[in-house]
Design a protein around this ligand. Sequence first.
Ligand code: FAD
Length: 464
Amino acid sequence: MAAHRFDLVVVGTGTGLDVANWAAEAGWRVAIVEKGPIGGTCLNRGCIPSKLLLHSADVMEVLRRAPAFGIHPQGVTVDFAAIVKRVTDSVDGDSRGIEEALRGLDNPRLFRGEARFVGAKRLRVGEDELEAERFLLASGARPRIPPVEGLADVPYMTSTDALRRTTLPRSMVVLGGGFIAAELAHFYGSLGTQVSIVHRHPLLLNREDGDIARRFTEVYQRRFRLALDAEPTRVRREGQDIVVETRGRDGKRGALRAEALLVAVGLTPNSDVLDVARTGVRTDARGYIAVDAYLETSVPGIFALGDAIGKHMYKHAANHEGPYALQNLREPGNRVPVSYHAMPHAVFAWPQVAGVGATEEEVRQSGAPYLVGTHRYRDTAMGHALEEDDGFVKLLVHAETGRILGCHILGPEAATLLHEVVVAMKAGEGTIENVTRAVHVHPALSEVVDRAAASLAHPGGAHP
Ligand SMILES: Cc1cc2nc3c(=O)[nH]c(=O)nc-3n(C[C@H](O)[C@H](O)[C@H](O)COP(=O)(O)OP(=O)(O)OC[C@H]3O[C@@H](n4cnc5c(N)ncnc54)[C@H](O)[C@@H]3O)c2cc1C
């Protein structure tokens, strides 16, 4: 056993790698530990491969709608293996490149293998033991496997497998109705797989604003077979297929049969493998590492960020936390609390969804007086050009102060359109005037946001 002492030990080369590099540049002796591919979830099995793959699905949807614009594509075929290869080659190449660069460095020093705490501020990685006064736990999360009878006896995929599968299945059952399930259903469904979705909630994307979740579910109802408000009770093999038995909240039983099964019911943190309890770090009821406003855990000097803390489980949120972690690690006397104000998110499905701030349900619950503004894509020139019937923008604004409380968008380019509102929420007082004072290009899609802002009225009016 070789013992090593560092100024800082970082677990995880996702967002952790950025902080490790900054700390090394600042003169600290830094160790970084990784058991999987270098670059973490976003690069290897998350944002990047999923969005590269989803572009192929988006192209297919554009082709499908082409006749509405007088274009009749013929002989369209899908080379699924080529679609996946483009993506796998790209992300694997990037990950290898980062690893080679890191291996060439003495600081931060890379330790390969699974890390486990063996005592207070003592971490074991294979034959090495790492000690430091300061740690950063950027250990992320992994797909959660629900306890469904028979699941262990059938071949199922997690999102990690689904992003690398090289054959297009004829049919697929997706367990889950969150953003990863929605995106992968779009990917496989657009390219030709018959998709069925089982979700325990009556609406898909049920954490979104109610109007958004309802519209999204309506669209997916048109695209796929949905078993909503239902639980998978048993999974079994039947010939070459997999059968998922379901039971609705109303007690009604059903069964879905498909060639492939994707489990996308959420994530579970990696704090168990790391055995954080051995160093005294407390976790919440779901196993996420508990941190204070400064990202410090229950043990002074041990910090955590990103998916490991289970707050905003998006890469941009982890990236946002990185500089705070560095600041608070380096200057305990000058710590800065993380500001999560106006943290946006997006779902790159078809339709695309994006949101920031509170949902209408949350605003109503808060008791704040508020105004709602909505506008349909269809009722702007560009929305009309796109023949976009489902899309809309919804704005929630404080009735007295004009502060933007939330914005929710469903439709083409939702993730990009949202940014005008994100910037407005961060600017000055964060009021709606930051949107309405700006001249909007006619007839760009951003007019939908402008018109939603111009239509603010007391709640209870027409819904989108
Ligand atoms: C399919 C999918 C699509 C996604 N799409 C988006 C998107 O479009 N936009 C977005 O913002 N977010 C997206 N996300 C979420 C995003 O990928 C994560 O929020 C982000 O990558 C978390 O970064 P992190 O640094 O906290 O953890 P990670 O990147 O997961 O890094 C943790 C690292 O720690 C390592 N590790 C864990 N335990 C140990 C141990 N004991 N020893 C050694 N190493 C260990 C892991 O191997 C891993 O490399 C997506 C996620 C998935 C799964």
